[in-house]
Design a protein around this ligand. Structure first.
Ligand code: Z5A
Length: 213
């Protein structure tokens, strides 16, 4: 059980906040130290999870999805990912870096969709049990800046979640900020408007302090 707690790190934040830019840099840092690393994203990264991701984000016939259905689909994808990929990797001593994990559900389905927080948290717990990150980096960014960045990066049409209003994404950000305050020992808030290299330095320093010193 101590292995499970030791090497799981999650990256959280709104769209375009820089998570996928930073994850490979942390991977390189750990590999340079001789560590094995597995990076995963949510939803997805299992056969079942990728089917769920397609349904959640890109299926044009799924636009009338109810919030409760959405919540359960994210949890179903995560339940598969934890058991099929994360726990076996942790058991063999591999580091696991998750691009989103259960805090996304608290922020998006809890704070923004306004599903009852105690139900969301109960389901999160049911899904991951003791598989909880030691460290969670929260990339804090005004949502309009995240949207501009994401638009600049790709000209593909918005997916079902990206189509939500700015108010929705503001509620997501507030949800994350509450989590970061409530779980201050696990969360490290990063000002995502900083330049990528200084963010990478903060992440390396935090990982070093938490795991190697
Ligand atoms: N979701 C949910 O509702 N409930 C859940 O439980 C879970 C997920 C697990 C998954 O999105 C969607 O599912 C997500 C929440 C919901 N929807 N939204 N919104 P996804 O996997 O498709 O994508 P994402 O997680 O939102 O990530 P993203 O849009 O790819 O953003 P990112 O990875 O954080 O950002 P990035 O790709 O690293 O950077 C974006 C651009 O900014 C890029 O051009 C970079 O070069 C640039 N960038 C990066 N860092 C910087 C800095 N520091 N300065 C300036 N520019 C930068």
């Amino acid at each position: 059980m101590s292995t499970i707690k030791r090497k799981l790190i999650s990256f959280e934040g709104g769209e375009g906040s820089g998570k996928s830019t930073q994850i490979p840099l942390l991977e390189n840092y750990l590999r340079d130290r001789g560590e094995n690393v597995l990076s995963l994203r949510e939803p997805g990264h299992t056969y079942i999870g990728e089917k769920i991701r397609q349904l959640l984000q890109h299926d044009v016939h799924a636009s009338d999805m109810f919030p409760e259905t959405e919540l359960l689909l994210y949890e179903a994808s995560r339940a598969q990912l934890v058991r099929e990929r994360i726990l076996p990797a942790l058991a063999e001593g591999t580091w696991v870096i998750c691009d989103r994990f259960f805090d996304s559900t608290t922020a998006y389905q809890g704070a923004a969709r306004k599903l009852p927080l105690e139900d969301v948290q109960w389901l999160n717990h049911f899904t991951v049990q003791s598989c909880i990150p030691v460290l969670t980096f929260f990339f804090d960014l005004p949502p309009n800046i995240g949207q501009e960045r994401a638009q600049r990066r790709s000209s593909r049409p918005y997916d079902r979640i990206e189509n939500e209003s700015l108010n929705f994404f503001q509620a997501v950000r507030e949800g994350y900020r509450r989590l970061a305050t409530d779980e201050a020992r696990r969360f490290i808030t990063i000002d995502a408007q900083r330049d990528p290299e200084s963010i990478a330095q903060i992440i390396r320093k935090s990982v070093h302090e938490h795991f190697f010193s």
